[in-house]
Write a protein that binds this ligand. Sequence first.
Ligand SMILES: O=C(O)CCC(=O)C(=O)O
Ligand SMILES: [Fe+2]
Length: 379
Amino acid sequence: MAAPALLDYSHFTSGTKEQREKFAHALLDSFEKTGFAKLKGHAFSAQDLKELFAWGKKFFDQPLEVKNEIPNETGPRPMRGYTPWRVEEVGKLHHDEQVRTMKDSKEHFDQGPEHDTEFPNKWPNAPELSGFQPFMKAFYRRCDDVCLTLMKALEGAWGIEDGSLVARCVPSATDLRLTHYPAIPVEEMQSGSTSRIAPHTDFGPITLLFQDSTGGLEIEDRSNPIPNSFVPLPPTDTTEMIVNVGDTLTRWTNGNITGGTHQVMCPAAMKGESGLILPPRMSMAYLFKAERNVSVGPLPKFVSSTEPAKYPDITALEFQRWKNSIVYNLTKKVYPNGTDGFNRRDSVQDVMETELAMTLGGVNDFVDAGKAIQPVQPV
Ligand SMILES: O=C(O)CCC(=O)C(=O)O
Ligand SMILES: [Fe+2]
């Protein structure tokens, strides 16, 4: 298949006009063809990433009850704090029934914007983690800067007004996620019912991803006629920044760019083995999001009388609430005690009904009780 392009980010940030244009078009081309791109020449050094994963290890090495002191209250909202193993199931978003029953084998820490009062961050309290918060906040800001720069590149490639895409993403509503995949027997991963993370697309316009050297990340193989075919994206150079297209970019482009489906499975070298234990793995995903009140409906550029809008104008926050209600198995059909009036989802049928209703624009069914939203206009 066409492999994701490896592009030099510095050509856009400090190159000539020609280099900037070349970068922007190559980025768009790689997004269109593969749903992914890889970047070198960015400001994150091997040392920065070593430090990032060292902080991650310190956090996840804490006893479960300590990590649970800052619980992510799983609900139809952005994630904050710690989520234990086997709570989130991204396979639930998938159209394939077998994928929907796959269990993810991961725990994660999620961090939002620094000054978010609506969904405040939850930081670890342990004295040995006192450097975690300042490091992660600085890392977040640097990732945001890269994402806004890539939005600028897309503005150039599409020839849309300068700043128009960037404005949709300020202030940041991104979730930065550190994921730890504990050691797991290879047989369990090969059973077909367990993944490290099941095939999925991310929700925002794009995601920046750094992985450690363990391996196991796979991206969809669009050239393979067999559905759900994947190829490894090996950690040959862990300083390469992986960028993947998410659902919001698909919606903004009215379906012109398809999100890059990815999963984490057994590393290629261990496939088909038995009796082995997969080593633990860590990744950092900067799950870039549009500003909460911005529409994730198609941009004017991608809508015309012959290409009517395929997606409703719902806000980025409502879109995330809906997606999270699926991955956290929540439904709003009955809500005696559940937080925000959401309860555990009991069947795949519920998920399908939810999706259908959302596609038809039935967003008000999925908002906190009493807080129905108004459809928003495209910006
Ligand atoms: O761990 C990885 O490499 C992928 C993580 C991922 O897909 C996510 O957090 O959305
Ligand atoms: Fe992902």
